[in-house]
Write a protein that binds this ligand. Structure first.
Ligand code: DLL
Length: 432
């Protein structure tokens, strides 16, 4: 099912013509309206009219989070505040956040791409959508809310947290679609089990999860424990919020809504564009944003693009599930490690819960990695021997997967703090 078939299934040639037209327009617009871009483009020796083909995008300079910070709060906006109807900020930053502004047109486009996202996930006008993403400056709650309203679903704007109430409304209102972070979905699944709620009494069918990296294993766990089909949705405030890309029912890569955003993959070290199928940093250019268009924004997210046809019929290119962030990557004794790799390894071993914490420290000149992971209740009450065996199994799995020895600490169920939004997975004491 599609929300907007003519655009989602547009033949490539037609789509690329549309993209080129929009790209030329947006570059012209930022050149005239945003001093930051004018200066950067001029420094790069760029002249208006230089974008003749889509490939010419490679000639445009990159934009970074630092650029947005340097122009805090509204310096990158391309229109006066009288045209801005909403602001959001990006999450997880220390110090000043990065600020983004939406015109009424932006809110409409955002609702459109979120309507597509919800439809990709299986929602329809008959759905009851529980939006358990946080509402507020974070884009998750309001983004999902507007998309769900646009398709005509009934929205429960509960926001994150208050788990008991989430369960009560889920049962009483007959929620069919849950939208939240994957870590909160697992937390809710756990709460369902603990409350002794029989899954067959719930009407939940679909999950629309994102805002943080999660492994395939985590998806399987959520699907099994909540009895739903779960799709991965991706976005970032600087580009629009959620609604940049979404998995379809094939669950095999996320379609980037290419009539609104051009994705690229670059080598994070050299900035050189990489072809489809190669892993690198995701970069986005917005084609329709009015309040704060971004040109070649470096996301720091690691992924790759796939241009093969998708069985769902959508023609938009797919990005691989985000594999990590360039700034999330831990370098432990010279080995590159992403938390999501460890998550996969832990869940593969079994008998563990998807609640874990990586603690990195330095003793002398030696890095040490401790992996704290919760074990299942049955396992914890088991004999010491069983626990020792599990510890050894995990240690071996991590070693063979990452080539890294780690100290494994099995901890009691519920001892690792739960998150209602984005989970904290790493404590790096080396930086302190
Ligand atoms: O997290 C927007 C969002 C809300 C996306 C709800 C999906 C669902 P920010 O707070 O600006 O915006 O954080 C953006 O979160 O650069 C990624 O590192 C990470 N991220 C978002 N979605 C995914 C995902 C929102 N599906 C940053 N998988 C991005 C992995 C994700 N990481």
């Amino acid at each position: 099912m599609y929300w907007n078939k003519p655009y989602e299934c547009m033949p490539r040639e037609q789509l690329e013509t549309l993209q080129l037209k929009r790209l030329q327009k947006i570059v012209e617009k930022v050149f005239h309206n945003v001093p930051f871009y004018r200066q950067k483009l001029q420094e790069a020796g760029f002249e208006l009219g230089d974008i003749k083909t889509l490939d010419d995008i490679k000639r445009l300079p990159f934009t970074t989070k630092q650029d947005l910070r340097d122009n805090y709060p509204f310096g990158m906006f391309s229109l006066p505040m009288s045209e801005i109807v909403r602001v959001h900020v990006s999450s997880g930053t220390t110090g000043k956040p990065t600020v983004v502004g939406y015109t009424r047109g932006d809110i409409n486009n955002w609702s459109e791409v979120m309507a597509r996202t919800l439809t990709c996930g299986g929602a329809t006008k008959n759905s009851i959508v529980q939006v358990a993403f946080g509402y507020g400056l974070f884009t998750g709650g309001l983004g999902a809310h507007y998309g769900a309203e646009k398709i005509g679903a009934s929205v429960i704007p509960i926001s994150g947290g208050n788990t008991k109430r989430q369960l009560m409304l889920m049962q009483d209102f007959g929620t069919t679609v849950l939208a939240c972070t994957p870590s909160y979905a697992i937390y809710l699944a756990e709460a369902v089990e603990e409350a002794g709620i029989d899954l067959s009494t719930l009407k939940l069918k679909h999950g629309i999860f994102g805002a943080e990296p999660w492994s395939e294993r985590m998806r399987m766990e959520i699907e099994k424990r909540l009895g739903i089909k779960a799709i991965d949705i991706y976005g970032l405030s600087e580009v629009i919020g959620p609604g940049v890309a979404s998995e379809c029912q094939e669950q095999n890569g996320l379609h980037v809504f290419e009539d609104h955003f051009i994705p690229e993959i670059i080598d994070p070290q050299t900035g050189e564009p990489l072809p489809c199928g190669e892993k690198g940093e995701l970069v986005f250019t917005t084609l329709t944003k009015e309040g704060i268009p971004v040109i070649r924004y470096r996301t720091r997210d690691i992924s790759m693009l796939h241009d093969e046809e998708c069985a769902c019929g959508r023609t938009h290119i797919r990005m691989h599930k985000v594999m990590g962030r360039t700034d999330d990557m831990l370098i432990i004794r010279g080995v590159n490690v992403f938390p999501s790799q460890i998550e996969s390894a832990l869940l593969e071993v079994g008998d563990t819960q998807p609640h874990y914490l990586l603690i990195v420290d330095r003793k002398g000149s030696m890095d040490e990695l401790e992996i704290q992971v919760e074990v299942s209740r049955e396992m914890f009450s088991d004999k010491v021997k069983g626990l020792e065996g599990l510890e050894a199994k995990i240690k071996h799995q991590i070693e063979s997967l990452l080539g890294l020895s780690a100290k494994i600490k099995l901890v009691e169920p519920h001892s690792i703090p739960r998150s209602e939004g984005k989970a904290v997975r790493v404590i790096d004491k080396r930086k302190i």
